[in-house]
Design a protein around this ligand. Structure first.
Ligand SMILES: CC(C)(COP(=O)(O)OP(=O)(O)OC[C@H]1O[C@@H](n2cnc3c(N)ncnc32)[C@H](O)[C@@H]1OP(=O)(O)O)[C@@H](O)C(=O)NCCC(=O)NCCS
Length: 239
């Protein structure tokens, strides 16, 4: 697709995806529009091996828009980055078509991998504000990542993932019951700890209650003995 075609596409994407837009001219002010034009340029240079020039363009765009896209990232059609501030897209990231990212999203690496270090986002994925996707796994088609989540493992298609670490709460538009978490291979250590603590709390509470009944029982028996002794003494004194 030529330059004009790309610009038309960006106009269409932003107008379709942002309900806040009132006039087509506003598109020119969107950081998403500006950064995507620069990214396409930088990516072409990167593919031809002009790494310095490619990085120079992408860093300049990052300073102007707050969105840092490494020129090595592979991005499909219709990416929309709403607001944009603080978005980071790493070098080996792959993004499919019609993906939406909000401000503060990081598509990054964990620092432990080499080669492909960043995530792959399939078509129609939405990543909400502040979410971090770290590692070289795939987020399946049509999946949504909730605001503030930290996703560290593969996400199947058509899922909603929330939390830290990210866990699937909705699959194929059905809520995922918490007991079924293992079925989607996303263990949740925090939830397991909470369940363990709840269980321990119940156990300690019932033990404490048992001990308090026993203590009351002992006190009553002691009181009875004391009274019996007093009565016996009074009786002896009268005799
Ligand atoms: C994840 C999200 C996309 C909703 O997806 P959804 O598939 O409709 O999921 P639901 O709203 O049914 O939520 C499912 C569960 O996840 C919880 N949840 C939703 N978003 C969450 C989040 N960001 N963090 C933690 N839990 C969240 C809900 O409370 C619900 O829990 P419950 O089952 O115990 O009631 C949405 O909540 C979200 O995060 N939107 C943010 C969009 C954004 O970034 N906007 C910025 C504009 S500037």
């Amino acid at each position: 697709m030529g330059f004009i075609g790309r610009i038309k596409e960006e106009f269409q994407v932003i107008q379709e995806r942002d309900p806040a837009i009132k006039t087509p001219l506003e598109v020119l002010l969107y950081p998403s529009f500006r950064v995507m034009i620069q990214y396409r340029k930088a990516h072409r240079l990167y593919e031809k091996g002009h790494y310095f020039l490619a990085r120079w363009i992408s860093q300049r765009a990052a300073r102007k828009t707050g969105i840092e896209i490494h020129p090595g990232a592979k991005i499909g059609k219709g990416l929309f980055i709403d607001h944009g501030a603080g978005v980071i897209i790493g070098e080996t990231t792959v993004i499919g078509d019609n993906v939406t990212l909000y401000q503060g999203v990081t598509l990054g690496g964990t620092g432990k991998e080499t080669g492909k270090r960043h995530p792959t986002l399939r078509d129609n994925v939405m990543v909400s504000a502040g979410a971090k996707i770290l590692g070289s796994f795939t987020i399946g088609e049509n999946s949504k990542i909730g605001a503030g989540s930290v996703v560290l493992e593969e996400v199947p298609p058509n899922c909603t993932v929330v939390g830290v670490p990210g866990r699937v709460v909705r699959k194929e538009n059905q809520k995922v019951p918490r007991v079924d978490m293992d079925h989607v291979h996303l263990p949740d250590p925090t939830l397991e700890d909470i369940h363990y603590l709840q269980h321990e709390n119940e156990r300690l509470r019932s033990e404490l209650q048992k001990m308090s009944y026993e203590l009351k029982d002992m006190q009553e028996r002691e009181e009875k003995c004391r009274r019996a002794r007093e009565l016996a003494e009074q009786k002896r004194e009268k005799e």
